[in-house]
Design a protein around this ligand. Structure first.
Ligand code: BGC
Length: 497
């Protein structure tokens, strides 16, 4: 773990008696040391990529010891053009969730309605399973009132029929089938009780049934899987689905034969044993999407992650059940980037390199957390005077009277933390492409606010992909907004063909 920032702050020490020129030089030295600490070298990126590939292999085996869960999604390549009809998708991955109604004609999306709802915090922090899933079902009822079924389909519901529903649930799930999976552990600060170890499809279906809603949950998927499938419907060279938002994760197409922890599939592999009726025991070309859960990469031993003391502190302040977990996610996702920035700024301010209002305001216990979105807005404000950035700092966080030099320092810290995130995300994408051998021609579908709303992020990510692979090869990164929700609908459609 690097203690560079801390040592520099302590050695250099700002002193109110310093002449301006000396004070400026000290500030520059601190910034320079931050630049070094938050920059990941090409060599380190490659070391991480190689170790990530090793962890992927381990995670695909039975009884693995890997930090990557490598969860089979049960989504296989099928021809979506055989489905036409109306279906629903629910997308739950953070404090907001969405209900979507989709109409597909021969696999193509020809109509959609969707609404976003906020889940009250009492269902997220320590609430109950019934409260959380009941709240979702309640909002589906509201949605059905806002968007009544087309007249021609109302008799389906009246006669007790059901429409297929795909459920994007963006947490680590022990998936047993396309429509069954138990939550392994919560991430992203959720602590709702009574869900870990339970089948989330059953929990949702129970609440849907209680309200007589005409839906059957036919597919459960991760948001990365939804994103990959959504892009795959347009571009069959899509190899990865990546989310860089509140949380971070990726999934990819893996050869079924490499997923040795999956029980052998009697349908494709014959009956085995003595009663083999000559079906081929070969599935070499079969592909299945695997949800990597890469947020937990290297969390056990921190062998390769470029962890700083600030990262250690952030982890130490996690809820007890999330302590020591998701260490990679805690360096790259939107839930944490703002907090990393906040911690660095507090350090610099309490050592006298930024005005005291910074540590006084940002260090308050009842403070609003420093939002990653605000860090993005601060970096994007390149106007002389940085009025937008100043307004954010004063109106949202109560930090006023900042000089131009302070503003430069603050936006540099935001930029460095965001760039490190982009580098690590790019490393992970490159590692997956190296593992599958697809680096010469692949589309990577990416969704999430960190990727979509952070200035310069796509460029830094692409640079890191290039640093690991030698050059960018044939890698195309495509922003696939809404992929996570729509994807659940597409996957639900695949179960019907
Ligand atoms: C979850 C993943 C999810 C990712 C992005 C992580 O915290 O563990 O399942 O894909 O966030 O939403």
């Amino acid at each position: 773990m690097s203690r560079r920032l801390l040592s520099v702050l302590e050695q250099v020490k700002s002193d109110p008696r310093d002449e301006t020129a000396i004070a400026d030089l000290k500030k520059r030295l601190v910034l320079q040391s931050l630049r070094t600490e938050f920059h990941v070298s090409k060599r380190r990126l490659r070391e991480m990529a190689v170790y990530l590939i090793h962890e992927m292999h381990e995670g695909l085996r039975p009884n693995n010891e890997s930090t990557l869960a490598m969860i089979p999604s049960f989504v296989k390549q099928k021809n979506a053009k055989n489905f036409s009809g109306l279906l629903f998708a629910i997308d739950l991955g953070g404090t907001n969730f969405r209900v979507i109604r989709m109409i597909l004609e021969r696999g193509a999306l020809v109509g959609q309605q969707s609404t976003k709802y906020t889940i009250p915090v009492e269902h997220i922090e320590g609430g109950t399973a019934e409260g959380l899933f009941g709240c979702i079902a309640e909002k589906i009822s509201v949605f059905m009132k806002t968007f009544p079924l087309p007249a021609a389909l109302q008799n389906v519901a009246a006669a007790g029929g059901h429409f297929p529903l795909g459920f994007t649930f963006s947490f680590p799930v022990d998936q047993k089938a396309i429509d069954a999976g138990a939550l392994k552990n919560w991430t992203k600060g959720f602590t709702t009780t009574g869900v870990v170890g339970k089948d989330v499809v059953e929990l949702l279906q129970k609440e849907i049934n209680k309200r007589d809603l005409p839906m059957k949950v036919v597919a459960l998927c991760n948001d990365t899987v939804g994103t990959l499938v959504t892009r795959f419907f347009e571009d069959d060279q899509t190899e990865l689905g990546v989310i860089l938002g509140t949380g971070a994760n990726a999934c990819y197409w893996e050869a079924r034969s490499n997923i040795t922890k999956l029980p052998r599939d009697p349908q494709t592999e014959g009956s085995g044993g003595g009663n083999n009726n000559n079906k081929k025991v070969s599935f070499d070309d079969d592909q299945m999407i695997v949800n990597m859960e890469f947020g937990n990469f290297d969390s056990k031993k921190l062998l390769v992650l470029p962890v700083t003391q600030v990262d250690q502190e952030l982890d130490a302040d996690s809820p007890p059940e999330q302590l020591g977990k998701q260490r990679f996610e805690k360096m790259i996702s939107g839930k944490y980037l703002g907090d990393i920035v906040r911690r660095v700024l507090i350090r610099a301010s309490s050592h006298g390199f930024l005005p005291a209002c910074i540590h006084e305001q940002l260090g308050k216990n009842n403070r609003p957390s420093f939002e990653s979105r605000d860090a993005g807005l601060i970096t994007s404000d390149r106007n002389p005077g940085q009025h937008l950035a100043r307004a954010i700092l004063s109106e949202r966080y109560g930090c006023t009277g900042l000089s131009d030099a302070d503003m430069y320092f603050i936006s540099q810290v935001c930029h460095l933390v965001q760039r490190r995130s982009a580098q690590l995300a790019g490393m992970a994408i490159a590692a997956v492409l190296m593992k599958t051998g697809k680096q010469d021609n692949a589309t990577v579908a990416v969704d999430g606010s960190v990727y979509g709303k952070t200035p310069g992020y796509p460029r830094h990510m692409m640079d890191a992909i290039g640093a690991v692979l030698g050059d960018n090869r044939g890698v195309r990164v495509k922003y696939t907004s809404d992929g996570s929700g729509l994807g659940a609908g597409y996957i639900a459609a695949l179960t019907q063909v």
